[in-house]
Design a protein around this ligand. Structure first.
Ligand code: FES
Length: 157
């Protein structure tokens, strides 16, 4: 298997012709600073600077990398300090929201436990279906040799 064929690269392949070991193309589709694949800790949050003032969190899974911006969509918490949970979720350090590593979807909002009791006692005009939904946007990437290039767009995985 070529490094460019690793899982998670499918969306990148379509946008990038054969790179012959060089940086993927088109260059402006990717953040300018790749990071090393071999330096990543497994099942842990790895914070990486991909250039232009952008930091991403990278969590290597069994099949592919999970890559997200380091900013929690709830209130901007630092996901570089998040915890990788046993159920393949990422827990934000500020308020404990947990997001699926596979999809980025919100799996648990701890406030819901509090809100459930408030809703039980609330008048009928209180609409629980208006609860905001948050999600992380998984980022596409491409591996060339030992280097990982992160795309500016979200993954279709
Ligand atoms: S900022 Fe992340 S859960 Fe609130």
């Amino acid at each position: 298997m070529r490094s460019a064929d690793r899982p998670g690269d499918a969306s990148a392949r379509a946008a990038s012709p054969e790179t012959a070991g060089g940086p993927p193309r088109p260059p402006d589709a990717f953040y300018p600073r790749p990071f090393d694949l071999s330096g990543l800790r497994r099942d842990a949050v790895n914070l990486r600077d991909v250039g232009e003032g952008v930091q991403v969190v990278v969590v290597p899974g069994p099949e592919r990398l999970h890559v997200f911006r380091d900013i929690c969509p709830h209130m901007g918490g630092p996901l570089g300090e998040a915890t990788v949970c046993k159920d393949a979720t990422l827990e934000c350090p500020w308020h404990g929201y947990r997001f699926s590593l596979d999809t980025g979807r919100l799996v648990e909002n701890p406030n819901e436990r509090i809100m459930a009791e408030l809703r039980r006692r609330a008048p009928a005009c209180f609409r629980p279906e208006n609860t905001p939904r948050y999600a992380l946007a998984p980022l596409a990437y491409q591996v060339v040799g030992d280097r990982v290039y992160v795309q500016r767009r979200r993954s279709e995985a």
